[in-house]
Design a binder for this molecule. Sequence first.
Ligand code: SF4
Ligand code: SF4
Length: 135
Amino acid sequence: MSNILDDHPVPKWLGAACNGCGKCCIDSNYMLNLPATLSDIRRWRKEKREDILEYVDFIGEGVYDLWVKEGKSLPRCPFVRKDRGKPTYHCTIHETRPQACRGYPLTAGQMVELGCEILDEIESVTMRISRAKSK
Ligand code: SF4
Ligand code: SF4
């Protein structure tokens, strides 16, 4: 992960340009560092989401790691599903997904690292704006 790029936070509204490519949810490196918050844990306990809690690893001091099975980090989220006949994916726990997923993307470095396709959209729009301005 590039620390220089990670110093560049991105605005929350960028998330609206997500095209559902799924790269974030099926990236093994991203899965290695995906945390849950205490509020995620409390919510899942309240909702009796044992199906989610079984993939949470308690690291200590209020730190929880996602998505872990039998002590091993899974290479992709167990709750992501491919859309039938489409190149896209969807989250099957969208309504109660972790805070980390709600906040994505946080930084430019994170997007570059994952090959997030929001970047393609930004580049495409930027090029169209440049062309329009140069006329
Ligand atoms: S919980 Fe949903 S948004 Fe988060 S990694 Fe899994 S599929 Fe993706
Ligand atoms: S990598 Fe980016 S565009 Fe693809 S699903 Fe994740 S947020 Fe959306």
